[in-house]
Design a protein around this ligand. Structure first.
Ligand code: SF4
Length: 218
């Protein structure tokens, strides 16, 4: 079996299905992805709960709200000078392009939606691909620091370049949004539990296939 696919299967056997993204709606995925930068997920969850309680977890409501109003509710997610205006601008863009209809927004070729996302303020490749995969069900693999850490340790690739790492996963896995979601989530779980900066290789189900891990233990 292909090594990348085998790693996916071992992690799935170890941790079970992760069923990401932890959100109730596609719009909530988008808000979460836009608030994620440089903060812990728990803070994003609190910011989303604040927006929900205030009746603002809605594309039209956020597009119409003032940045200072949004700031009051999402301050807990940090970067409070940049995140509120970016959140508002993104929602404004969704209203302008598709009247806030997410199904219509995502119902275009992947490269067209990706280019549009990347053109929005504060949206980089990881945020754009998270939105595409988890809110739009487009088959793009999300790359993050955890993906790169585990993949390089396993010797799956040597590059740290976003596009090259993404290409690796997209050419070694079946083109399936559900598989991409699961593997990305499993990599995050594994990076937080065992493949940490100081890894616990002795407990790792991937040790037999991991050159880095074997070097650690020799
Ligand atoms: S063996 Fe160690 S370095 Fe390799 S994937 Fe497991 S925890 Fe990470």
């Amino acid at each position: 079996m292909d090594r990348t696919h085998a790693a996916f299967q071992r992690l799935l056997d170890e941790y079970g299905p992760q069923r990401w993204w932890p959100a109730e709606t596609e719009f909530e995925v988008i808000v979460g992805a836009l608030l994620m930068q440089q903060t812990a997920w728990a803070n994003v969850e609190r910011a989303i709960a604040n927006l929900r309680d205030a009746g603002l977890l809605d594309v039209h409501a956020l597009a119409a709200a003032s940045p200072s109003t949004i700031r009051r509710h999402v301050r807990v997610a940090g970067l409070y000078r940049t995140k509120p205006p970016r959140l508002k601008a993104f929602c404004r863009h969704l209203v302008d392009t598709c009247d806030g209809d997410l199904a219509a927004y995502f119902d275009r070729p992947t490269d067209v939606v990706r280019a549009d996302l990347l053109a929005q303020p504060g949206v980089g490749p990881e945020t754009a691909d998270s939105i595409l995969l988890y809110a739009g069900r487009h088959p793009v693999f999300v790359v993050d620091a955890y993906t790169i850490r585990i993949g390089t340790r396993l010797g799956l690739f040597t590059t740290q370049a976003y596009d090259a790492v993404q290409r690796h996963f997209e050419t070694h896995l079946t083109r399936d949004p559900d598989a991409y979601r699961e593997f990305h989530a499993l990599l995050v779980t594994h990076a937080k539990s065992l493949c940490r900066p100081r890894p616990k290789c002795g407990e790792c189900p991937l040790l037999g296939a991991c050159p880095f891990g074997r070097r650690q233990r020799s």
